[in-house]
Design a protein around this ligand. Structure first.
Ligand code: 4AD
Ligand code: MG
Length: 432
């Protein structure tokens, strides 16, 4: 690092000695002969104190020139200070201004959401937004750790695809030279091929849904983690999922205490998230909803209010299993005892965050798969490669997809998924 720069997060290793930090001014307070600078460097926040009588005149004057988001190198002595949030304070000895920033558009006063979204490239500097992005990074770390430690291999499915995975209604279309192509909605079909090659695999990448829905839970571009496992059946698939989600939660609790505090997250609700998770069937969910005054019939899909009503009965995520075959994707395996339902599950997060995982056992029988293709009017030509998987050594297999942004929203306790991703793509928002 250039000229021995320290990071704010590491100041505890430099107690009572001098450090030099590259940083921005977050906020400033002055009381005549002392200036209090709130500094941030991305790794953390620290208060720096400039005492007029203790510093050369030019240092005092430089401090006076600093405005919100001015950039600088600060030199100072690290002092332990139990009153400060970080536990440390900096006694300033030198200031080199890189740039005095003027008219920073995001002031400490309240701004509307649209205004903040238009300034998302700057908004991410705020303590709250920083905390969310740090937790997002930790969740990704925990995800990779979980699968890497359990014999899974990371596999990257393509982003540009010739056909759909989750139905044709919300595909983004583009030209691929003279052919038509679509942005991927899910890498699952390719992950099934990869599972037949590598056994246990997972992907982590962006997926796209041209959904004209403007809800708190929908993004147009979102990131999905999609594990796929050869020789794993429905019940085992659920066990992997509940262990996976418990691992993510524990990892965030262990590593992001400060960030959860910035967000004022009630962590007692998270501490409880330990496998096993409760399971109910679609049938049970329907009769519960009907008893509680919801107008819903067997065969209909759940909306957000239904999911929330069901989730309210539990303080952990709940699996809803065995949905009607009719309303689920073509590749899901029917229950051998009851072919009108499939061996699938959606995991519904507590506290009203809705579905965070969709998964299932897949059809492994080549004859049934061909039948499904006919019923769903899918082109056997376009999917020949996928049908091959059932022809050359087919095996029972299962997998699932976790939506990263909904998971971040839940863990951080946010009202809306728009704050869970650095630059959200929403209906009517492609800027910045
Ligand atoms: O339930 P979905 O559509 O499942 C699949 O795509 C399967 N092929 C996954 C698999 O089995 N490999 O999507 C999976 C998850 C949802 O549970 C939700 O968390 C998230 O992806 N998701 C969205 N997140 C944000 N915005 C959207 N528009 C989303 N659509 C789905
Ligand atoms: Mg789903």
């Amino acid at each position: 690092m250039s000229r021995n720069l320290s990071m704010i997060r590491d100041v505890d290793q430099h107690r009572d000695s001098e450090v030099r930090i590259g940083c921005w001014l977050h906020n400033k307070r002055s009381s005549g002969k002392i200036q209090f600078l709130q500094l941030r460097d991305g790794s953390g926040f620290i208060q720096a104190v400039v005492v007029k009588s203790d510093v050369p005149e030019e240092v005092w004057e430089s401090a006076g020139k600093l405005t919100q988001e001015s950039s600088l190198y600060v030199t100072g002595n690290v002092r332990e200070d139990t009153r400060s949030k970080s536990g440390y304070e900096l006694t300033v000895t030198g200031i080199e201004i890189i740039q005095v920033s003027s008219d920073y558009p995001i002031t400490p006063k309240e701004h509307g959401v649209d205004y903040l979204m238009d300034h998302r490239h700057l908004w991410i500097r705020s303590p709250r937004q920083r905390a969310i992005l740090v937790i997002r990074a930790q969740i990704i770390r925990a995800i990779q750790q979980f699968f890497d430690e359990r014999g899974f291999h990371l596999v990257d499915p393509p982003i540009l695809t010739p056909s759909s995975c989750e139905g044709t209604t919300n595909l983004f279309h583009t030209k691929y030279f003279d052919e038509d192509a679509f942005l991927t909605q899910s890498g699952q079909l390719y992950m099934e091929a990869a599972a037949m090659a590598l056994g246990r695999v997972y992907s982590f990448g962006p997926t796209f849904r041209a959904e004209k829905s403007k809800t708190r839970r929908h993004l147009i571009e979102f990131w999905m983690i999609e594990p796929e496992m050869a020789f794993i059946t429905h019940e085992e698939n659920l066990e992997v999922q509940e262990q996976f989600v418990s691992h993510i939660i524990q990892s965030v609790l262990d590593n992001c205490g400060k960030e959860l505090e910035v967000l004022e997250r009630d962590t007692s609700k998270l501490k409880n998230i330990q496998a096993p998770f409760p399971r109910i069937t679609y049938d049970e969910a329907i009769s519960f909803l009907q008893k509680n005054g919801h107008e819903i019939e067997w065969g209909e899909d759940f909306g957000a209010p239904h999911e929330t009503a069901i989730a309210e009965n539990y303080d952990k995520p709940v699996f809803i299993t065995h949905y009607p075959t009719e309303i689920k994707a073509f590749y899901m395996k029917p229950d051998p005892n009851r072919p009108e339902v499939v061996l699938c599950a959606d995991m519904i997060a507590p506290e009203g965050y809705g579905e965070i995982i969709g998964g299932s056992q897949r059809i492994d029988d080549p004859v049934l798969m061909e039948e499904r293709f006919t019923e769903h009017e899918l082109s056997k030509e376009a999917y020949q490669w996928y049908l091959d998987l059932r022809k050359y050594g087919t095996v029972p297999h299962s997998g699932f997809g976790l939506g990263l942004e909904r998971t971040v929203a839940w863990i951080c306790g946010l009202d809306h998924v728009r704050e869970t991703i650095p630059f959200p793509r929403l209906l009517y928002r492609l800027y910045p």
